[in-house]
Design a binder for this molecule. Sequence first.
Ligand SMILES: Cc1ncc(COP(=O)(O)O)c(C=O)c1O
Length: 382
Amino acid sequence: MTSPTTGTRPRVYLDWNATTPPLPAALDAMMHAARTAWANPASVHGDGRAARKYVEDARTELAALTGYEARDVVLTSGGTEANNLALRSAFAIGEGGVLVTSRVEHPSVVRVAEALAREGACTVRWLAVEAGGMVSLADLEAALAEGQVKLVAVQAVNQETGAIQPVADAIALAHVRGAKVHVDAVQAFGRVSTSYIFGADTLAIASHKLRGPKGVGALVTKPGAKLHAYTFGGAQERGLRPGTADPVACAGFAVALRHAHEGPARYQAIAKMRDRLEAALAGSSVRPAELRAQTRAPHVSSLLFPGWEGPELVAAMDLEGVSVSSGSACSAGTSEPSPVVSALVGERARSAVRVSLGEGTTEDDVSYAIEAFTRVLARATS
Ligand SMILES: Cc1ncc(COP(=O)(O)O)c(C=O)c1O
């Protein structure tokens, strides 16, 4: 899929893990909602009810996609807020306990864990990570045996390497010991089959990663899950996420959620293109064992380019009209390497570049990206 033009050639967008282009049908639904559903969705009158319908539609579609109940959906501003709510809820009542998680989680889990530890709300037990960036189930068993574990937070798909984490096994191990499990599924829905995360006590999802708009997402829970607000205000979302909901964003989110059911089938075909790109770059890049997950999503590749600083290569590719990334978008603007890749390969993370394809990526896009990489990398050595 191409994005707005630079010069005469349309740009090639290979940064689908940062965000995805919104579906045209989602944009149409949002335009319609913006014109007709501008009332406050919490208002009891007819205008309010018209706006509320979009909010409730998104909730219903979330239930349909995840297999959980619509009444157990808390709409949030996105994945970050859903992760915060899940982790903070588990340690809100001042009883302490242990949070088990790992350094390959998204910062919206890692930083919350660090904050909870600083605040004295819990102790954090960081899990060992094995080759390929997979969390160690043996270490999870050990952590659970140490006792006092209230929550295990393990992601479904890693945003940098595409590692599909052993979530089903983690859930089974944690539940035997009476611990709850939170799954950050932001990079999973719409891309990989998600049956392996069913059974999580809470899960986070974000609209903009599955072709909906930004600014909306959800925390979905098992029935009866105990959540605690960490922001306070009105009674929206059962008081767990106070503030006026956005019917326009929800309208787009609902369309994207319907589209996401067939996502895993669409993404399967992408693996061939990703592999072609990796093969073409094999002479100038390395993918060390630490970045080679045994099971990984079909569309993403983190590569090291020895002799390069990741941000420099990203800038050079940008001039060629190709969008790739080094580090996650939330830390863009700084030249810090991705904390996940750093956790896996240390200092070598400085030379990392992530290429993430998506359901709109074409063979032509990949061919152009290979040519552009080849040009840029050749210039550096000539
Ligand atoms: C795995 C993962 N979790 C959470 C987030 C945060 O989601 P949001 O941008 O909706 O806050 C991201 C975004 O990159 C992510 O990749």
